[in-house]
Write a protein that binds this ligand. Sequence first.
Ligand code: NIG
Ligand code: FE
Length: 403
Amino acid sequence: MSAPALTGRGSFLLTNVGELTTNVAVEGDPCGTVLDAAVLVRDGRVAWAGPREEIPDAAARGAGEQIEVVDAGGRAVIPGFVDSHTHLVFGGDRAEEFAARMAGERYAAGGIRTTVAATRAASDDDLRERLRALVAEGRAQGTTTLEIKTGYGLDVGTETRLARLAAEVTDEVTFLGAHVVAPEFAGRADEYVDLVVGAMLDAVAPHARWVDVFCETGAFSPAQSRRVLEAGRAQGLGIRVHGNQLGYGDGAALAVSLGAAAVDHCTFLSDDDVAALAASDTVATLLPGVEFSTRQPYPDARRLLDAGATVALASDCNPGSSFTSSMPLMIALAVREMGMTPAEAVWAATAGGARALRRTDVGVIEPGARADLVLLDAPSRVHLAYRPGVPLVRRVWKDGVES
Ligand code: NIG
Ligand code: FE
């Protein structure tokens, strides 16, 4: 009969890990790979990670304590995915718009208003139910940290509702009142921006950590975008930007000039944009689910990486341009279509996302980090790209607790 586990919830020894991705960089290996490894988890945090033969005996079995042992069976373990860009609070869907696009229509920013109408009409309970289902869907695919944006309310009351609902499931809430101009303000974009930087920001900021703007033709101009971002910053919010999605433009340059944590999409970048990103702390977040679902050309990750920029991968899960919560799919697309190696793509979906959220407690498996771990049904992380569409996520722990 096996001895009962005496340690509490959130404490265990994960051992017989065939390949451990720690993301603690060592010479020539940013993924900090350890073969035949183990991870000791105590009270929801990583206490130790390293080669199995070096498991600290005292730490694993201190003071007569017995700890639950989980045998990984030689499989690979990676940090939980950090999905640093999603729009998970919305009503309705846009399957018909997707079908029309696949029949030849172009994607345009205006489709957002369809979701705004459905979101305004939805009850809190409906929105919450959908939100929680999407969070669970992502978790089952290995996502343990999520950023969630508002942006389908576009009036003070609904934007505040969306921020409150998002804050129920994550600390990483982003105010995106400047997603598109609200329908009531058609042709009066500057007046809408007055509302966004005034009453709307006042109401939403207490629930948010970040401010974002869609800086793009058909959404907000660079001058309007700067106003929104500076107003958010003045209220203590960090800056992120949607930019360079549908064409060349000023989003990336604006993000870098304001010290944004990230500029997201980055599909159309000039040489100057790439150089500016490489010289900055602003992460270039690539969202290949969008290119997949809108039939646009994929961003060139290789060009950004070779220039020295920090690259993150995120799902952009939303009902219009990318209705998928699957980070493994992002990895597969980034490797197949964007010039990333499997190791670079896994790093970008974990440590890269953490950088984009300016977090040091996630995206990494080292002492003190949150015990957010994914056990793959595969011997190595390469399989995430090598076996696209296959459910390879076998077990997921967040803060040391299995989902
Ligand atoms: O990130 N680019 C702006 N916003 C979303 C699209 C939202 C929608 O189409 O509903 C995006 O792709
Ligand atoms: Fe987005």
